[in-house]
Each structure stands twice: as C-alpha cells, then as structure tokens.
Design a protein around this ligand. Structure first.
Ligand SMILES: [Zn+2]
Ligand SMILES: [Zn+2]
Length: 408
C-alpha cells in the first residue's frame, strides 16, 4: 500500500485563519478606523498586522482614505458577512466619496457614541463640531492623556489601533479580556446618519464647509453659519430633461403653474391646523414666532422658492428669497425637439418634489424654527435640474441667456 506523501513547501506550512468579528461590532456608517480597531482587539492583532490584513499601505498619506477600497478589505468584509456597501462607506468610497475633502485629519470621537462602542464616518466630517446624533462636542484627543490622535491606524507592532499612541488607553470600550464591546445600533440613528450624509452630499461644494471647521453646531444655526449664509440648493431631479420648444411658451407656463398649484394644495392639506394658522399669520405680517412644526416652515420656504415673493412681510423676514421660480426652471431646461408635454410636466413635478424634500431636510436636520433673516440663500444654478448633454449645452445656455434678456 503506497504511503501518503506530505510535501512541505520551502516557506513552511502557514495556517491562515479568518479573523472573527461579530456582526453588531461593525455597524452601518462606522469608520474604517473603528472597523480596524475592533478587528484588531477581537483577534489580538497589532496596528501593523491589522493594516496588512486590510491592505492599507502605511506610507500613504491618508491610509484610511485610499482612492478605492482595498480589495483585501472587501474580501475580508465579505468573509465576515458584512455588506459590501458598509465596507465602502467606511473607506469613504462609493456614494459618499465626494465627502472625502471634508474628512478631518484627527480622530474625533463623540463621548456617547464611543461609550456605546461606535465611531461613525460622520464624526470625521469637518462641518460638524458636535455629534449629529447626540449634540455632544466631538473630542479629538485622548480621554486620559489629552494627546491628539491622527485618523490612522498607527505603526505599532505590539498595540492595536484602539489604544492611544501615547498612554495606551483604549478609545473604545473593551471587556476585561480585551474584547471590543458595542451596543446594537438603533434603526433611527442609522436613518439619521443616512439623511445627514445625503444632506452634505448635496452641498459638498458649499464654501462654508471648507472655509471653517464645525460650521454645523449642536443642531442649530449659531454664529458662523448665520454669517456664512447657509445655502439651500435644490437637488437635481432624477427625471430626464426636456423642453417643449414648439409649444407656445405662454401655454406651457400656464400648465406648469397649474401643476405647481396642484402640488401646493396637496402640501397645504398636509399641514396641520396649527401650522396653517401660523402660516396665515406670517403672510399677513402678524406673527414672527417659531413655527409649530417643520412642515409649515418648509411650506413657507418652498412656496417662496417657486412663486417668487412680493409679500412685504415675508420679504422683510427672509432677506434674499427667492432666487428661483417656475420661469427660471423653464429657462434652465435645454431645448428639445420633442413635443411631449407629459415629459416636461413629469420633470417639473419631480423638481417640485425634490425641492420640497430638500426643504424639509434642511429645516428638520438643522433645527430651524422660524423664518430666518439672511440665513438661507436659495440659489439654483441653471444646470441644477439637468445634466446638459455636450452637444446641446451651448444651445441651452444661449436659450437661458436670451430669456434673461427678454425678461430684463
Ligand atoms: Zn454621538
Ligand atoms: Zn492617551
């Protein structure tokens, strides 16, 4: 009987075991640092070892913000049962990629989130001075020794990234045995982070974000935002662009107006009695108090966006509003040889709905309570609703310019 042959390769036999990490220890929107720190703690790995495991090259300037999610990290995430999107988000890849320039170079932790064993990518974004979930100031230094910490894994061959590089105090909770501990994340918190990320993505080019750290205070407009003039930019609608060029312009405008009023009536009916009372008071110049809810306030802003504003009471309270309306929307659509009015109407409806959702988000997330003076600068550039195809770009712009001249 032939004996089994066992051949030892030149480098010796290596045992490769998949590291472990229970699912709730890496929650949605947690940062790559949090993942690496908890992975290292759970498997007794050093900073160097976990960097290798995630395919993060140490000499890189921002190793936790690579151009693309390292393939090794993707494979590891898959092996551990995490959704691919969660791994990409952690490395600021995928839909949140545009937020990379807003990432802080120091590691910043919310005391409350850290107590529950979490560190989210949203904590690393410069516009936030406070945790958007708890309103607590973000801490960018070690809790024990006060040393500042970089948003990186470090290069220790002994300690994991969860420890402070100076005093070795763990920055996220560990059990007596050194295992990471974390609470299960509430669905509401996940949703709130998702809404904040979407909100910032729509405004990522806002100068206020990059000029100054922490422009978004504890859920309210205070200080710098007021001076910087928060911009509420209406996001592009998902529908295709079209403009009905052969339709008589006046008829088309009338159709758009009717569509607008239909939508306005629907939204008005959604406001509760308190909200309606407040709104009526505001337009008659009788009330200047806080709105009873986000709905009524959003309705006021939304109407001013689309309708223009000639009401002296509103004008006095909302300086600079509005700079956008139905005519501007029409003008910003590029010329199209299609007669399909339905397409135009559906694009317009989408734009109305998108701006309504954006106003609700602005008001709710930023905690605005009343019609602010000089807080908002509502501006939708001509290309906001459409992506001009290259061949039609000139035509669309020319048309827009013509319209400006004819209305001037
Ligand atoms: Zn927090
Ligand atoms: Zn320390």
């Amino acid at each position: 009987m032939p004996l089994p042959v066992f051949i030892v390769p030149p480098g010796g036999v290596k045992v490769v075991a998949l590291p472990k990490l229970p699912g709730h220890l890496f929650a949605p929107y947690e940062s790559a640092w949090a993942w690496a720190a908890k992975l290292a703690a759970a498997n007794a790995l050093s900073a160097c070892e976990v960097s290798g495991l995630l395919g993060i090259a140490a000499p890189q300037s921002d190793p936790l913000l690579p151009e693309q999610t390292p393939r090794v990290a993707q494979a590891l995430g898959r092996g551990l049962g995490f959704p691919a999107g969660r791994i990409r988000d952690a490395f600021l890849d995928g839909p949140v990629q545009c937020l990379k320039p807003l990432m802080h170079e120091r590691l910043r932790l919310c005391p409350e989130c850290a107590r529950h064993g979490h560190h989210f990518i949203i904590h690393q974004l410069r516009p936030f001075a406070c945790c958007p979930l708890h309103g607590l100031p973000l801490r960018d230094h070690c809790r024990r020794c006060g040393a500042p910490q970089a948003y990186a894994l470090g290069n220790s061959m002994v300690f994991g990234p969860v420890s402070c590089a100076t005093c070795r105090a763990p920055q996220l909770p560990l059990s007596v045995g050194g295992q990471p501990v974390a609470g299960v994340m509430a669905a509401r918190s996940v949703e709130l982070i998702a809404r904040w990320l979407a909100f910032l993505r729509r405004r990522v080019t806002l100068p206020a974000w990059s000029d100054m750290d922490g422009v978004l205070g504890a859920r309210q407009f205070e200080g710098s935002v007021r001076r910087q003039r928060m911009q509420a930019i209406i996001p592009p609608g998902p529908a295709p662009y079209r403009l009905v060029s052969r339709w008589p312009a006046s008829l088309q405008h009338a159709c758009l107006e009717r569509c607008y009023w239909r939508q306005a009536n629907v939204l008005w009916r959604q406001c509760d009695d308190h909200g309606r009372q407040w709104y009526r008071g505001v337009v008659r110049g009788l009330r200047i108090d806080a709105a009873p809810g986000a709905q009524a306030l959003a309705f006021a802003y939304w109407r001013m966006t689309w309708q223009g504003c000639s009401n002296p009471y509103l004008l006095r309270r909302a300086h600079g509003l509005p700079l956008y309306g139905i005519a501007e929307w029409e003008a910003s659509q590029c010329a199209h040889d299609d007669d399909d009015i339905d397409v135009t109407m559906s694009a317009f409806e989408d734009a109305l709905a998108a701006s309504w959702a954006d106003w609700l988000d602005c008001i709710d997330l930023l905690g605005a309570k009343e019609l602010e003076r000089e807080t908002w600068r509502l501006r939708a550039p001509p290309s906001t609703f459409v992506l001009f195809p290259k061949s039609k770009k000139r035509r669309g712009t020319k048309f827009f310019a013509q319209l400006l001249r004819s209305t001037a």
